[in-house]
Design a protein around this ligand. Structure first.
Ligand SMILES: [Zn+2]
Length: 237
């Protein structure tokens, strides 16, 4: 077993702590754009719902204008019949035109009922657009505020990350190159965690027991040992 000072082991443990903290912050920072995008996506769905509601209103307005034009057309038909009435020669002809006029009036009355129904729907839909716009405004303000806070936090975290990286660089220069290389190698094969504490003879990297003799030797703190199960570097406090 190679001899190594307790100092070096402690430095390695500190270095790893900085690295783990830095990678946690880095991962959170990388997730941020997707998080913001997801929040904005909710707003876009809201905008689409408002647009389709506006389209409903526009279609109702079109229908309303069509009803109005229908009524005007039928009214001019009535006027035409009134003129015809003045020129009729027989009673039979007179009665026929009157009946036709009654029929047109009933038609107009039906269209007017439909027009009123259309107006009601227009009112309701317009109110719905207004209330959705109001909701949207509140929602957007809240999302914008949250995004603002997230971005502020991100700035703080970026500074923290830069400090951790420079601290990590400082520590890595204090560690003997051979030990540092070994640490890097184990880190690459053991899923990030390269140096772990042994507590009550249990490796906290893999939760397996290490041999009692090895545990005793570790307490001397001047030898670097690897876990026989997960091969991580071990230390005791
Ligand atoms: Zn282990």
């Amino acid at each position: 077993m190679e001899k190594v000072s307790r100092d070096q082991i402690e430095l390695l443990a500190q270095l790893q702590e900085k690295e783990l903290e830095a990678s946690k912050i880095d991962a959170a920072l990388k997730r941020l754009p997707a998080k913001i995008e997801e929040m904005s996506l909710g707003l876009k769905e809201f905008e689409a719902a408002i647009e389709s509601q506006k389209e409903v209103v526009a279609n109702l307005k079109k229908a309303y204008r069509a009803f109005e034009m229908d009524v005007q057309a039928h009214q001019s038909r009535i006027k035409k019949r009134e003129e015809q009435l003045r020129a009729v020669k027989t009673n039979k002809e007179y009665q026929a035109i009157l009946m036709e006029m009654e029929e047109i009036k009933r038609l107009i009355s039906r269209i007017e009922d439909d027009t009123l129904g259309c107006l009601d729907k227009m009112d309701m839909s317009e109110n719905e657009v207004q209330s959705k716009l109001h909701e949207y405004k509140i929602e957007k303000e809240s999302i914008d505020a949250t995004i603002g806070l997230l971005e502020q936090d991100a700035e703080i975290e970026k500074k923290k990350l830069a400090e951790l990286i420079s601290e990590r660089d400082r520590l890595s220069k204090l560690i003997e190159p051979q030990l540092f290389n070994q640490y890097q190698f184990i880190k690459s094969i053991a899923g990030g965690l390269a140096i772990v504490e042994v507590r009550n003879a249990v490796c906290l990297g893999c939760n397996m027991n290490i041999p009692p003799q090895m545990y005793n030797e570790l307490h001397r703190g001047n030898e670097l040992k690897n876990c026989p199960h997960c091969h991580r570097l071990l230390y005791v406090i």
